[in-house]
Design a protein. Structure first.
Length: 293
């Protein structure tokens, strides 16, 4: 089974080398490991040049998660692909325990394992689900791992921090050569892929014995989880991508059915943004006016 790994690095010197070490040490080896550096300035870019067993792409500026991954994906024809954040480390048998499940059902287009925080006991994600408010819900997020999610099962989507994708699904969902929507920059792109995949008949599968560890926030250099603690730039992308994802994937019936939950979520998000960073709302309005044209 040919499988490539892609990691996007942006000023994540604290994490990226442990991530690469865990990729190189897999009991089922990757055929290729591609690292895309988004113009890091923390010294990680220079050190990456010295790792002979990876393929390194160096961007002249920060192109974001979606575009950087798309560049690397074009280099991986014929391979299934693991896309992971730079603040992820894998158990040495992660690939060996997850990838064979592609052979159990030809409709499985993506696989995730049990993703824990670095403390090895707090859950980060056991599969991604679509909430009524159209906010991506990482199942088990912040819970202590008690074994509650220790059975294989189908889920709605997979967390983009550590996502294994089938090549055939990548090809089917790609548009003009892009698997991830290049307009997203970062955030929500994993839910968009999962939702598009569901609409096309693909399935997402959760394998708890395949384990990975996620710092969460380390790949963006912030170490922050909540919307309120994000920078205005990040808030813009989160809001923009939220509405793009609904516009692209939701049905009118689904939107109307869940409108109360969507409205409640938006009142909180937009109200907080209006108070703390009102320019984000003007920028958001200008963006969608341009998009409509």
């Amino acid at each position: 089974m040919n499988i490539a790994a892609i990691v996007v690095n942006y000023n994540s010197r604290r994490f990226i080398f442990d991530c690469i070490d865990s990729l190189l040490a897999q009991t089922l080896p990757f055929q290729r490991i591609i690292v895309v550096d988004n113009a890091s300035t923390d010294g990680s870019r220079e050190r990456l040049r010295g790792i002979s067993r990876i393929e390194l792409l160096m961007n002249s500026h920060n192109e974001g998660f979606a575009v950087a991954n798309n560049k690397a994906l074009r280099m991986t024809a014929g391979c299934h692909v693991l896309c992971c954040n730079s603040d992820i480390t894998l158990e040495l048998d992660f690939l060996e325990k997850s990838a064979p499940h592609f052979d159990t059902n030809p409709l499985i287009g993506m696989i995730t394992g049990k993703i824990l925080r670095f403390d090895r006991r707090t859950i980060d994600s056991t599969g991604q689900f679509l909430s009524a408010s159209r906010w991506p819900r990482e199942r088990g997020f912040g819970e202590v791992d008690t074994g509650r999610y220790d059975h294989n099962e189908y889920v709605f989507s997979v967390c983009g921090a550590c996502a294994l994708y089938r090549r055939e699904m990548i090809q089917e969902l790609s548009h003009d050569g892009d698997f991830f929507d290049s307009r997203y920059f970062a955030f929500y792109e994993d839910l968009d892929v999962g939702w598009r995949a569901q609409r096309a008949g693909w399935r997402a599968y959760y394998v708890p014995v395949a384990r990975a560890y996620h710092f969460r926030g380390g790949s963006s250099g912030s170490g922050r989880f909540s919307f309120a603690r994000k920078s205005p730039e990040i808030r813009f992308h989160i809001l923009k991508n939220r509405y793009l994802t609904m516009m692209k994937n939701d049905t009118l019936a689904g939107f109307l059915l869940h409108f109360p939950a969507i409205l409640a979520k938006d009142v909180g998000l937009l109200g907080y943004t209006a108070l703390r960073s009102p320019r984000v709302l003007w920028r958001l309005a200008a963006y969608f006016c341009h998009l409509r044209r």
